[in-house]
Design a protein around this ligand. Structure first.
Ligand SMILES: *Cc1c(COP(=O)(O)O)cnc(C)c1O
Length: 399
């Protein structure tokens, strides 16, 4: 049967306390118990459906978590106050002092910095590999490796991780495959192809409104319960809980995610093809020249397209800056970090979201200092936006 994340979300019917179609927001930090024993049972983790304290669980957060689990096809999910809150909690839950991680060399800058600069404090080491080279990935696994970490579509190089093949490697060595699916919600369902844990920055496509930061961890009931364990759960003890007011607004936006993803993809595919036509060096997984094109085609839900992210290489940072400033003046979108917004956003990765990655490593992963990354918006008339971009390219003698 075809996996249909949008219908899975639609099929969740929540009848609010007063029959409200948008479930009432529970802005309560703590919850009453009628019997003292129920409270102590809840602390022991033995009362399903009982709420105790909002760092642990909150009904509004539960509605959102249920929608995320439905989207990813996992048993459960937990929502966090940021994507980094989700990533760091998942990693710290799976690793102990002395453990080792094999990670894609190209990941979100904050994830890279956490692994490179922060995990050594806990005596956890990381080997960075080219995630598309499966032999290199397997060779990097050691007896103390606990996690194989990657992003479905990596930032900012837009490499595609072969999730089913990586899952085979992880299972063979009895380690956990953790996948950041931020760039590809609905397009790819990593857990259904063997990923053990799926993390998200909901700040991006899932919320899509740029009005908050938030994150999520999707996995088995056992893993999510372990995260929230009052005695040793990382999420419970480090406390990156999402505010329920935010959960309820993100849940509403999740119900339009399927429509938005299709439009982001449609517009990005259009721009990528135009850029190719005029001879720019463009990277977009929807172009057959892209190294990950065939892999993505094999693992994706085709109705959602190849995603809203694309990059062009203008060689020098100076040229990239002039071009981005001019595009902003012409009204193409905003010179801003982040992605998944209804307006087009662009930034120079090397000087912004990947500035945590040392320059030598940027070169090693093939990241040019003139790389302009686009998160293509929901423009109704993308041809009109393209004409504005074309004007900038011509005025700066780029083409
Ligand atoms: C933005 C981002 C993150 C971090 O999420 P925050 O919500 O900013 O904490 C992690 N992974 C990817 C791929 C991202 O784009």
């Amino acid at each position: 049967m075809k996996f249909d994340p949008a219908s899975n979300i639609q099929d969740l019917l929540q009848f609010g306390e007063y029959g409200d179609v948008n479930p009432s927001i529970t802005d309560s930090a703590t919850y009453t118990f009628m019997q003292a024993k129920t409270m102590s049972d809840t602390f022991d983790g033995n009362t399903e459906g009982c709420f105790l304290y909002s760092r642990h669980w909150n009904p509004s957060n539960k509605y959102l978590a249920d929608a995320l689990a439905a989207m990813e096809g996992t048993e459960a999910a937990w929502v966090t106050a940021s994507g980094m809150g989700a990533i760091t909690s998942a990693i710290l839950q799976l690793c102990n002092s002395g453990d080792h991680i094999v990670s894609s060399m190209t990941t979100y800058g904050g994830t890279f910095a956490f692994m490179q600069n922060y995990l050594p404090k806990f005596n956890i080491s990381v080997s960075f590999v080219d995630i598309t080279n499966l032999a290199e990935v397997e060779k990097a696994i050691k007896p103390n490796t606990k996690i194989l970490y990657t992003e479905t579509m990596t930032n900012p190089m837009l490499q595609i991780s072969d999730v089913p093949e990586l899952a085979k490697i992880a299972n063979k060595h009895n380690i956990k495959l953790v996948i950041d699916n931020t760039f590809t919600p609905m397009m790819v369902a990593p857990a259904l192809m063997g990923a053990h844990v799926v993390v998200h920055s909901m700040t991006k496509f899932i919320n899509g409104k740029n009005d908050c930061v938030a994150g999520a961890i999707c996995g088995t009931n056992e893993f999510i319960n372990s995260l929230c364990d009052v005695n040793n759960g990382t999420a419970m003890l480090l406390g990156p809980s999402l505010d329920p007011l935010r959960s309820s607004s993100i849940l509403k936006n999740m119900h339009t995610l399927h429509i938005r993803m299709k439009q982001h993809s449609k517009n990005a595919q259009f721009l990528a093809e135009k850029f190719k036509e005029i001879g720019l060096n463009v990277s977009y997984p929807g172009l057959k020249e892209h190294k990950g094109h065939e892999t993505l085609k094999r693992i994706m839900n085709p109705e959602f397209g190849f995603g809203g992210m694309l990059a062009i290489d203008l060689i020098t940072a100076e040229r990239a800056s002039q071009f981005m400033e001019m595009m902003e003046k012409e009204g193409v979108g905003y010179l801003a970090v982040s992605l998944g917004y209804f307006k087009t956003l662009f930034s120079n990765s090397g000087k912004s979201t990947s500035s945590e990655v040392p320059e030598e490593l940027q070169h090693e992963m093939g990241m040019s200092e003139g790389l302009v990354r686009y998160s293509v918006g929901l423009d109704n008339d993308i041809e009109r936006s393209y004409q504005k971009i074309l004007k900038c390219l011509k005025e700066l003698n780029i083409i």
